[in-house]
Design a protein around this ligand. Structure first.
Ligand code: SF4
Length: 97
């Protein structure tokens, strides 16, 4: 059975009612920071394929879907954000400072 809320009930929701929160693993880079949200990574490998610096690699542990997930060698990253653009699940955040 699916719990469907009426519009009048949705108007009374609080931030705590609006779904799960995701925690990220963050690394400093030369020009900012690189964050992966393991609960969102489905292990498609697009970011590894597209990274021009070759610094994204498979992590040693699995992601939330039971599939491979990625991590980064942030020291070699150029903070170009291409990985974040290509990730279909918004599992990567790159902040340039
Ligand atoms: S593109 Fe996104 S979902 Fe795919 S492996 Fe990379 S971080 Fe995970």
């Amino acid at each position: 059975m699916v719990d469907v809320k009426k519009p009048s009930e949705l108007a009374n929701t609080t931030p705590d009612d609006q779904g799960p929160e995701f925690t990220g693993e963050c690394w400093p880079t030369a020009r900012g920071s690189w964050t992966i949200f393991p609960q969102l990574c489905k292990g498609c490998g697009l970011c590894i394929e597209r990274c021009p610096a070759g610094v994204i690699r498979w992590a040693s542990d699995l992601g939330a879907y039971g599939a491979n997930r990625v991590t980064v060698d942030a020291d070699g990253g150029s903070t170009c954000r291409i990985c974040a653009y290509y990730c279909p699940d918004a599992a990567i955040s790159v902040v340039v400072e």
